[in-house]
Design a protein around this ligand. Sequence first.
Ligand code: NAP
Length: 295
Amino acid sequence: MTSYSRVALVTGANRGIGLAIVRSLCQQFPGDVVLTARDAAQGHAAVQQLQAEGLSPRFHLLDICNRQSIRALRDFLLKEYGGLDVLINNAGIAIKDDRTSLHLQAEMTMKTNFFCTRDVCTELLPLVRPQGRVVNLSSTLSLVALKFCSPELQQKFTSETITEEELVGLMNKFVEDTKNGVHLKEGWPSVKLVPYAVSKVGLTVLSRIQAWKLSEQRAGDKILLNSCCPGWVRTNMGGPEALKSPEEGAETPVYLALLPSNAKGPHGEFVLEKKVVQWEPGVELPAWLEVCGVL
Ligand code: NAP
């Protein structure tokens, strides 16, 4: 019987928090680490940067919004490793350009952050081996959006019986409501970066649903799947004023990726600063949200 190496994979890892996660995993994960990026030149440049630091990540192309690209990566993983041990869904976008209409912002952001990340999970979760770890990079802005949306939406997003299909319907409805200019009337929140915040509500809730499904369908496999917020991090997305370096931003995702094999949790939780934060509208929000102008 062939014995395969263990393997960890990070999406959107050519820069920012994703690159810092790969660096940290190369130092700590007992197996191969695959740095993925949608642009080959930028991906190779990131690999070379880490090689210059004495680390040895592998590279594979991945555009999370291209199903063929995801499937090519899946085939590579099956051929080279027979499965996957750690999946970190880090790739994401936030549009801060006021010239782009709210509807277009909603459509583009929802596509990448929710639908494309979901496509990666659909293709790669079946490969995750027993005791595997899955980490979805969400955001504390998802909690802000939960706090400020209507009680009806709050009830739906915190429901323990919501299905993936119902969640997909809600995410599509948000995009449609922005197109028709009725998003506020329909109970979506009036918060800064609302398309990003709602797309991350989708990702946090999707992570809960995925974890419940794993517990039900692969109960003995002890896979732990969580969403998390890296904090406010100095990257292209977070901007130069942010409080954390990319390395500090990588700490919580890496902690979740390296939960010991006998860990029973966290599972299906939203994690910030390595601590579970309750997914409920009344939860106290961190003070740095005021500093970054979100509250
Ligand atoms: P970033 O510097 O903007 O990097 C985003 C990464 O995602 C880039 O590598 C980008 O690739 C990649 N990406 C975007 N669309 C992609 C696609 N379709 N396929 C593959 N890769 C794609 O952002 P960051 O700050 O490191 O953020 C990483 C994650 O943390 C995101 O999910 C973000 O929402 C989350 N987060 C960040 C902060 C913060 O303060 N920075 C706070 C909370 C949550 P290209 O270089 O090709 O564009």
